[in-house]
Write a protein that binds this ligand. Structure first.
Ligand SMILES: Nc1ncnc2c1ncn2[C@@H]1O[C@H](COP(=O)(O)OP(=O)(O)OP(=O)(O)O)[C@@H](O)[C@H]1O
Ligand SMILES: [Mg+2]
Length: 151
């Protein structure tokens, strides 16, 4: 599915809509260049999960954890700075397999070997300063259902 947004606000609203559809145990892989809007999307996703805390880029800390609605949690990872994920790959793997966790990963190259086949893959491209195109690819049945609910 291809979705175009034309503002930061619209990106957050889209993230919010997807956040509302999550039940726990989902993995979302965000692919795109620096400034493509991966973290901005995640801020919106957090709104859909009723997270009040301000979601900040985990570029320096690699991971950030937030308490969400319905006893869910959001684990937000950014592996940009890592060529070898080391022990972080283990932490990531634990959060992916936690049924109460929603896991979002930016720059997953260093942890590609840990990512299960089933995930929601979102590719973001930036054709102009304010426009973003999202290519949303559901890998696995549960993600097809999720994307179906978006349409
Ligand atoms: N339509 C849009 N959607 C998302 N961000 C937008 C949009 N238009 C402009 N922007 C701007 O683009 C930037 C996106 O930054 P963001 O941190 O979300 O990117 P990122 O993909 O997470 O980058 P990084 O790889 O550095 O983590 C922000 O400064 C935001 O204000
Ligand atoms: Mg980011």
């Amino acid at each position: 599915m291809i979705i175009e947004v034309h503002s930061e606000e619209a990106m957050k609203l889209l993230g919010g809509r997807i956040g509302q559809l999550l039940h726990g145990g989902e993995l979302i892989e965000l692919i795109g260049d620096v400034g493509a809007g991966k973290t901005t999307f995640t801020k919106g996703l957090a709104t859909g999960l009723t997270i009040d805390e301000d979601v900040q880029s985990p570029s320096f800390t690699i991971s950030r954890l937030y308490e969400a609605r319905d006893d869910l949690r959001l684990a937000h990872y950014d592996f940009y700075r890592l060529s070898d994920a080391g022990i972080m790959a283990h932490e990531l793997s634990e959060s992916i397999h936690d049924p109460q966790m929603i896991t979002v990963v930016e720059w997953a190259d260093a942890v590609a070997h840990v990512l299960p086949k089933e995930r929601l893959q979102i590719r973001l491209v930036s054709p102009s300063i304010a426009d973003r195109t999202l290519e949303i690819t559901p890998l696995g049945e549960r993600y097809k259902t999720l994307v179906g609910a978006l349409a």
